[in-house]
Design a protein around this ligand. Structure first.
Ligand SMILES: C[S@@+](CC[C@H](N)C(=O)[O-])C[C@H]1O[C@@H](n2cnc3c(N)ncnc32)[C@H](O)[C@@H]1O
Length: 249
């Protein structure tokens, strides 16, 4: 439900009274089943009911851990080769931002298994994924990967994606769970983490390893005065994709 980008709410369109935190109550019974675009008066303003896009789902996340930005999340998704029906394993649920994007990508027939070692982060991510409407696509597991291996069937995942401080610890454990040709994708904020992680990928026989950094520069568009914004986010993280084909032959 939105009245412009800064006044929008992610709601389930169900009959009955809903409590909107900090704003009061709302009854959407009359518009259940209505076409997207229908308008409703509420709290002295007019709102439109529309289906949420991925950006709406991500914009309404409660943040606990540092989340991956959309530019990075989208390319992590590309490197992982995740699509409708995929099974993907995530290490480091954090606030669940990447989890929401992966759940969106795998669709109703796909499955995301998301690990975190901390129950408080797991709980935040689980709430965010449920609020985004993807609870049925995601399974959360509490486990410190690295210290412990994955509790998954052999060759059961098309991709493993890790956003954790020591991603090199994930590398040996990803091997048994990846299908041949599957991808291990790592997000590392510093060069030191990147180097350590890639050294580990190479020593374990991962192939087609490539690392990139994406810079996003917004444009200020005005008639006759279009130019880049003066400010940009200077650094987020490095993205590494790698494939498992069975190791050295
Ligand atoms: C930076 S956050 C991940 C943020 C997440 N990608 C997002 O977009 O919301 C890192 C998370 O990894 C978890 N973590 C760190 N090491 C881990 C490990 N070895 N196994 C499982 N979870 C781990 C932390 O508890 C934390 O929640």
């Amino acid at each position: 439900m939105r009245r412009g980008p800064v006044d929008s709410f992610l709601l389930r369109l169900t009959p009955g009274l809903q409590v909107i935190e900090g704003r009061g109550t709302l009854d959407l019974t009359a518009v259940v089943g209505a076409r997207p675009g229908v308008e409703i008066p509420w709290a002295g303003a007019t709102y439109r009911i529309v289906r949420p896009q991925l950006s709406d789902r991500l914009a309404h996340l409660r943040r606990r851990a540092q989340i991956v930005t959309p530019k990075d999340a989208a390319f992590l998704w590309y490197l992982a080769g995740v699509g409708p029906g995929s099974t993907v394993v995530e290490v480091g649920a954090g606030s669940g931002a990447l989890t929401v994007l992966l759940a969106h990508a795998v669709g109703d027939a796909g499955h995301v298994i998301s690990y975190d070692r901390r129950p408080d982060f797991r709980d935040v991510a689980e709430r965010n994924v449920a609020a985004a409407g993807f609870a049925s696509r995601v399974e959360f597991r509490l486990r410190p990967i690295g210290e412990q291996p994955f509790d998954l069937d052999p060759a059961s995942a098309g991709a493993v994606i890790a956003d954790v401080p020591a991603p090199w610890e994930i590398v040996p454990h990803a091997i048994p769970v990846l299908v041949p040709g599957g991808a291990l994708v790592l997000y590392t904020p510093t060069y030191n983490q990147l180097e350590h992680a890639v050294r580990e990928l190479r020593s374990h026989g991962f192939e087609e390893t490539r690392s990139v950094e994406l810079l996003e520069r917004a444009l200020h568009v005005g008639d006759g005065g279009t130019r880049p914004d003066f400010e940009m986010l200077g650094h987020t993280g490095f993205l590494t994709g790698s494939r498992w084909f069975g190791g050295r032959r």
